[in-house]
Write a protein that binds this ligand. Structure first.
Ligand SMILES: *[C@@H]1O[C@H](CO)[C@@H](O)[C@H](O)[C@H]1NC(C)=O
Ligand SMILES: *[C@@H]1O[C@H](CO)[C@@H](O)[C@H](O)[C@H]1NC(C)=O
Ligand SMILES: *[C@@H]1O[C@H](CO)[C@@H](O)[C@H](O)[C@H]1NC(C)=O
Length: 406
């Protein structure tokens, strides 16, 4: 199988090739699932729950650019999973579907984690389950072991997780003030490889478009609508939400979501500068909360830099070529203390452009809108109406319950 990888930085980069089915070559790596004997009632799923959609709001921790050190960003959320539930810190990734935890199944190879490894429920997802099938839509998956669903997910930074799907309770607070613990499918990852941007994590929260995404699952249980939003604060942190009753859609700028793209993509975009056309059109674009920076293909990047340089000539800013933080930094009369849009402040107090050359990092023609371009905005991926939206927002602190964030 050809392995194409895009993105890089962060476990939450755009995920590409995903699941190798139970192919013969990978079978030896795969353990026969040992049923972890966890007794206790497993709650029946949807029927118990209230069917009026509500929303879920989760605080985000992390930053694009912590401590002035070049660093891949990570935003994490805490989720309480299991019966009884235990907390886990999960990397947030809109570029992949599956949520998984490092798992004591037992673990063949796990990486450093902030919490003890997850002990799986004995509630296995069957191979013919639509969620399992959705993970294997790109390969010739055969159910050699019908009662279990093997998965393998590989991230753009080289990290990966291999394991088996189980169902377990996710303890969630809804904005209608109900607490519920629906059973959702997640990966019990017993064989992980760390990626290039490795840091200790308990697992990944996959928020992509696929059926296995937690939000798709919550939506098919009638608990929230299949809508995901995030608000990343420039000061660090922010919040994530699932559902569509926290905002006024008429105040959001919407663009159709490209139905054929695997990831959240508005399809082809045009680059404007200062509200004016630049001539760079038909740019294949994707939104990726797993990427810190924004990437343009070489021509558009070159074009943008020329326009910026022209705009800045005669202004009291000079290029700081001694600053290696990012390819393009500017020095002001005094060190910068605050900045807006697309810029970061380096440890030397210079302002550096957070838009980079995607061709250089192997993205080819794909243009990636990363966290740097999404800060202090509410960004909404509406899978129900197949559209992506954004609006200026206050991402410091959590929204008050029962009021609109925008
Ligand atoms: C994840 O968030 C928690 C707070 O909920 C924080 O203590 C922890 O340091 C964060 N982990 C990472 C890797 O950022
Ligand atoms: C849910 O809300 C309760 C009460 O406000 C709080 O104690 C608890 O920590 C919350 N749980 C989660 C998973 O956020
Ligand atoms: C972008 O990267 C490509 C590939 O490394 C390189 O050929 C090109 O010159 C770069 N473009 C700019 C404007 O730096």
């Amino acid at each position: 199988m050809g392995k194409e990888k895009v993105g890089f930085c962060v476990v939450g980069g755009i995920v590409l090739v995903l699941f190798l089915g139970a192919s013969v070559t990978s079978d030896d790596k795969r353990q026969r699932w040992r049923r972890a004997m966890i007794s206790g009632e497993t709650m029946a799923s949807s029927m118990l729950f209230n069917r009026v959609p509500s929303s879920i709001v989760l605080p985000l921790h992390g930053n694009v650019y912590p401590n002035g050190v070049p660093f891949c960003r990570y935003y994490n959320v805490t989720l309480n999973i299991g019966q009884p539930s235990k907390p886990y810190f999960l990397d947030v990734d809109t570029g992949s579907d599956l949520t998984w935890l490092q798992c004591d199944a037992p673990c063949v190879h796990c990486t450093e984690a902030p919490h003890p490894y997850y002990r799986p429920s004995n509630n296995l997802v069957a191979c013919m389950d639509p969620i399992c099938q959705s993970l294997h839509s790109n390969d010739d998956h055969r159910c050699e072991n019908p009662e279990q669903c093997d998965y393998e997910v590989e991230y753009a930074d080289g990290g990966s997780s291999l394991g088996v799907l189980v169902r377990d309770a996710f303890n969630l607070n809804f904005t209608n003030e109900k607490r519920q613990s629906p059973l959702l499918a997640l990966g019990c990852g017993y064989d992980q490889l760390p990626g290039g941007s490795h840091h200790p994590i308990d697992g990944v929260l996959g928020l992509g478009k696929g059926k296995s995404s937690i939000v798709s699952q919550l939506s098919s249980l009638g608990l929230v609508r299949n809508v995901i939003g995030h608000c990343l604060s420039r000061r660090g942190g922010g919040f994530l939400f699932f559902g569509d009753d926290l905002y006024d859609p008429s105040r959001v700028a919407w663009t159709p979501m490209s139905p054929d793209a695997k990831h959240y993509s508005p399809g082809l975009a045009e680059l404007t500068f200062d509200g004016k056309t630049t001539g760079f059109k038909k740019l294949l674009t994707t939104f990726d909360s797993g990427s810190s920076y924004t990437y343009l293909n070489s021509q558009a990047y070159q074009g943008l830099i020329s326009l910026l340089k022209k705009e800045l000539s005669g202004k009291p800013l000079r290029e700081a070529s001694d600053d290696q933080t990012l390819p393009l930094c500017w020095k002001g009369r005094k060190p910068f203390r605050s900045i807006q849009a697309y810029l970061i402040i380096s440890s030397k107090g210079n302002a550096c452009l957070g838009i980079l050359n995607g061709t250089e990092v192997g993205l080819n023609d794909l243009n990636v809108i990363g966290d740097i371009s999404m800060q202090d905005r509410v960004v909404i991926y509406d899978n129900e109406k197949e559209r992506i939206g954004w609006a200026p927002g206050n991402c410091n602190g959590l929204p008050k319950s029962r009021s609109f964030i925008i």
